[in-house]
Design a protein around this ligand. Sequence first.
Ligand code: 1GP
Length: 246
Amino acid sequence: MSVFEVLMQVKAEKGAGYFVLLDPDRSDDEAVVEIATECRDAGVDAILVGSSMLLSVRFEHIIALIKRTVDLPLIISPGGVGQISRHADALFFYSLISGRNPELLIGQQVKAAPVLKAYNLEAIPTGYMLIESGNFTSAEYISDTRPIPRNKSDIAKAHALTAEYLGMKMVYLEAGSGARLSVPEEMIRGVAEYISLPIIVGGGIRDPEEARKKVQAGASFVVTGNVMEKSKTPGLIRRFAEAVHG
Ligand code: 1GP
């Protein structure tokens, strides 16, 4: 079964899936092993690894470490062509469709595609949409694109439908890591009612209740990153997983 098929099975059986994102720059080995183990025990559906800008050279090492530690789907959430590893199970093959930067719409993808094929790494074509989040995020700065205004659901819907008509398999509504405000439920609901692709929602989600609201609005998958690295609250990952799975 492909990773995409596994994700669709999660959605069908649990209603929605929960992903934890690990940023190689922000986690030392001990923390990675601890979080990955907790993810497995808490019922997380996949671990994502990636960053909008990678400062360290630990990417490959972290992927291999997670793979050795747990048997969960390991999906790369790449910020660029430098973030590919043959040890991962799949890679979200993003195109930053909310922006008009050709390098992130098609340039990086053309450089990455032959590498993915050589590694036999599953690519999951995903329309990546940055949504205004109340602060200037790394994703905005590094991508040199402007996010979709958070009160303009119609613009988000048009972009998401374009992803569907272009043949992508998922869309990602992304407020950006550490966003002050997460993607509004009204926008998620509008997009979910308008398209038939599964929707990933992430960025700035800080508590399980907020994650649940994203699912109730129509998110098929919820991503958290920062909150795991910053909060050492015992059982937090499990509470997120339970909230997403309902
Ligand atoms: C970023 O959506 C993810 O790509 C996670 O964001 O770190 O704010 O949870 P946070």
